[in-house]
Design a binder for this molecule. Structure first.
Ligand code: ATP
Ligand code: MN
Length: 480
């Protein structure tokens, strides 16, 4: 008897995924002069006269437009009129070396089809130079601007690089739940999740809301962090990361806070705080290098428009070791600085952005990793130092941003962790599953959270966090 084992392998077919067009980015990079090409995209500008019409077309693949040259005599007058700023068109034509300066090739149009017009009377993006504040009011259309095209392409590249970095280093992507029942972290800053009728809430004998009648049979929230579940993953898979949305109902209208933001949270078994710092620094530098290698056109555009020092700042972070400093030393530096702060400095203070930025921008002029914070201002799960006062926390502080990463070595000792939970009055009946990691096969481990939009603020040089996420969620803002 013999047997053949046929293993059929999926062969990539040559499917065209470009929607029957050549992308502008490819035309500008490797377009063959004299070839006939099809482009599809949105008209950014139209100019010309009786004898010639120039269209600048953008299809989202690049910050750069391709210029289309049309002979008006060859087209219906109505059609040409409808091809105004914002309209979407298909153009077939010959690629030729460009006469004008600024680009290598342009298209001599032979055939034009209008997919959808955009009336000049009502289309809001007629001219360049709208303020970012105005664009936030039309967040449904702002992806069509140069600025948001650039930001969104960089956002994509950074998300991809994050997965690549972790995959290349053998970390597993763990999906942690968005709906959670633990409100031990950041109580008061959470969004409730309920299907109870808010008009007629069921009450128990004490007059409190009876959550046993709710969908999950208990009080639930949207998660503020995937860390606690991430730790469960790390205690099985060794090294994991999460990358998902997190929600905080903090009513702080700052340029650095969103109510819905994305967080990257690696969690690693057998990592001490030093390993955790090494990971954070290497990871951030990798991402910045990736942006410089892959997003230069967009970075240069943003540097030109908003932040002339952007690219130097990115390179500067790559070229310098991050300063590693004890919280206590940081407080001394701030106290002796002679600088005036809104929040006065003393040991025990939860550092504000003004303090963090002073250390980074004025004192060291380098990114700083601050460690060993007072336990009172940090979360219950952080590893307690022998001094009884501090915990093995680490915050990474960046120029222009302040805190970009918050992390720690975790308390792996069951008794110490339980004591801390009791000290803080956290109901340990909610925490039994978390405590089980310390009861069964506990191990030293560490992790951190990087705010994705804080990273993007740094990489794009944008000043407001509302401008690095497609649809920002902030107090009083959930329209689109
Ligand atoms: P901050 O003190 O700046 O409000 P935090 O200490 O509350 O931040 P962590 O709980 O340590 O933040 O969260 C980890 C990371 O998530 C932060 O370092 C930051 O990059 C990001 N982050 C926290 N809160 C927000 C928010 N509201 N919007 C956007 N990013 C945030
Ligand atoms: Mn923090």
């Amino acid at each position: 008897m013999w047997q053949y084992l046929f293993i059929t392998k999926f062969k990539m077919r040559n499917v065209n995924l470009d929607g029957g067009r050549t992308k502008v980015v490819d035309l500008l990079k490797n377009g063959q002069p004299d070839s006939v090409v099809t482009v599809k995209g949105w008209v950014r500008t139209k100019r010309g006269n009786k004898n010639v019409v120039f269209l600048a077309i953008n299809d989202g693949s690049s910050i750069n437009n391709i210029q289309v040259v049309l002979d008006p005599a060859k087209y219906d007058e109505e059609l040409l009129k409808s091809i105004s700023t914002g309209a979407c068109v298909r153009v077939v034509g010959k690629l030729v070396a460009s006469q004008g300066s600024g680009q290598s090739v342009e298209i001599q149009g032979k055939e034009v089809e209008l997919y959808g017009g955009a009336s000049p009377e009502s289309y809001p993006l007629q001219k360049k130079g709208h303020t970012l504040e105005f664009l936030r009011e039309i967040a449904h259309l702002r992806p069509r601007t140069n600025t948001f095209g650039a930001v969104l392409r960089i956002r994509h590249a950074m998300a991809f690089a994050i997965h690549k970095y972790f995959n290349d280093h053998g970390f597993y992507y763990l999906h942690t739940p968005l709906i959670t029942a633990s409100d031990c972290e950041g109580a008061g800053e959470m969004f409730n999740v309920t299907t109870l009728n808010l008009e007629e809430l069921p009450r128990n004998e004490e007059g409190k809301v009876d959550y046993t009648q709710d969908f999950f049979g208990k009080h639930c929230n949207l998660t503020v962090s995937g860390q606690l579940e991430g730790e469960l993953g790390a205690m099985a898979l060794g090294q994991i990361y999460t990358f998902g949305p997190t929600f905080r109902a903090e009513n702080s209208n700052t340029p650095r806070h969103l109510a819905e933001f994305w967080m990257i949270e690696p969690e690693v078994a057998f990592f001490e705080i030093e390993d955790n710092m090494n990971l954070a620094e290497d990871f951030l530098k990798y991402l910045i290098q990736y942006a410089l290698d892959n997003c230069m056109d967009d970075l240069q555009f943003l540097a030109k428009m908003y932040d002339g020092e952007l690219i130097d700042r990115l390179k500067f972070v790559l070229e310098n070791d991050f300063v590693r400093l004890d919280y206590t030393e940081g407080i001394e530096i701030l106290k002796n600085s002679g600088a005036k702060f809104e929040y006065p400095v003393s040991w025990g203070l939860d550092l504000q952005s003004e303090h963090e930025r002073y250390l980074v921008e004025k004192h060291f002029k380098k990114p700083v990793i601050l460690t060993n914070y007072p336990k009172e201002i940090k979360a219950f799960y952080m590893k307690q130092n022998d001094d009884g006062k501090t915990v093995r926390a680490m915050d990474v502080l960046f120029p222009k941003i302040g805190e970009i990463i918050g992390g720690s070595q975790r308390e792996e000792n069951y008794e110490k962790l339980l004591n801390r939970i009791n000290e803080l009055g956290i109901p340990d009946k909610d925490m039994w599953w978390y405590l089980d990691t310390r009861r069964f096969g506990s191990a030293p481990h560490s992790g951190f959270g990087l705010g994705f939009e804080r990273l993007l603020l740094f990489v794009t040089g944008m000043a407001n966090i509302r401008d690095v996420i497609p649809f920002p969620r902030t107090p009083n803002n959930a329209e689109f």
